[in-house]
Design a protein around this ligand. Structure first.
Ligand SMILES: O=C(O)CCC(=O)C(=O)O
Ligand SMILES: [Fe+2]
Length: 213
């Protein structure tokens, strides 16, 4: 009987189903209000506190490039989040992520066994040039996940749009996405080229990867 109960125990989640069908169709998905405004506020405060405590470091690229070259490619500062040491705010984040991962593994057989997440802060004037997320000879990254922690009422003139470079039946298409608070963007790490446009007001996020093995 137990297998029967397992089947019954599955509850379809509309938001996750939307994400899965978007990714199947177009290799990316934009989910608004994945995090509530209260959750965004909590995570935002946590990020800012750690940034004030000087815990962030300059983001790197591979290992052979010097700092000047790196700065011409990306200007964000980051802090990796260790789930085992997560504080209350980060726990709330991982409860949602782990729920999503469990769902994806159950419904899509993606085999996500690993994940990594960092806070990111793009100071005014910084950007991240066009790239794919799997440049380090590491094909374990399957899905890239970005969650924006900007203030409510984020304006288009603040810049920092995420641009996805897509190919729609042979035609190059640019998908411009504003980093609105609570919004989550998920895309296939190995195929989607993307870029963060120059930022005119500090831009806050959590970025991560769902990985195999
Ligand atoms: O913050 C974003 O919108 C994307 C960040 C990104 O591309 C990265 O960290 O690899
Ligand atoms: Fe990226």
């Amino acid at each position: 009987m137990s297998h029967l109960f397992e089947a019954i125990d599955f509850v379809e989640n509309e938001v996750y189903e939307q994400m899965i069908s978007d990714i199947g169709r177009q290799k990316f998905s934009i989910i608004d209000n994945f995090f509530t405004s209260e959750e965004v506020e909590q995570l935002r405060r946590s990020l800012l506190q750690k940034h004030e405590d000087d815990a962030f470091k300059k983001a790197a690229i591979g290992n052979r490039l010097n700092e000047t070259i790196v700065k011409a490619i990306r200007g964000d500062v980051i802090l990796w989040i260790d789930e085992r040491k997560a504080d209350v705010d980060e726990k709330l984040f991982f409860v949602k992520i782990n729920d999503l991962v469990r769902y994806l593994n159950r419904t899509c057989f993606l085999g996500i066994l690993n994940k990594e997440f960092h806070y990111a802060l793009y100071p005014e004037g910084t950007f991240y040039k066009r790239h794919v997320d799997t440049f380090q000879n590491d094909d374990r990254r399957k899905l890239s996940f970005v969650c924006y922690l900007n203030e409510a009422g984020w304006l288009p003139e603040n810049g920092g749009e995420l641009v996805l470079y897509l190919n729609e039946s042979g035609k190059a298409v640019e998908k411009v996405i504003y980093p609105l608070p609570g919004r989550v963007v998920v895309f296939e790490s190995q195929v989607i080229e993307h870029e963060v446009m120059p930022v005119r007001k500090a831009r806050l996020s959590i970025t991560g990867w769902l990985k195999t093995r």
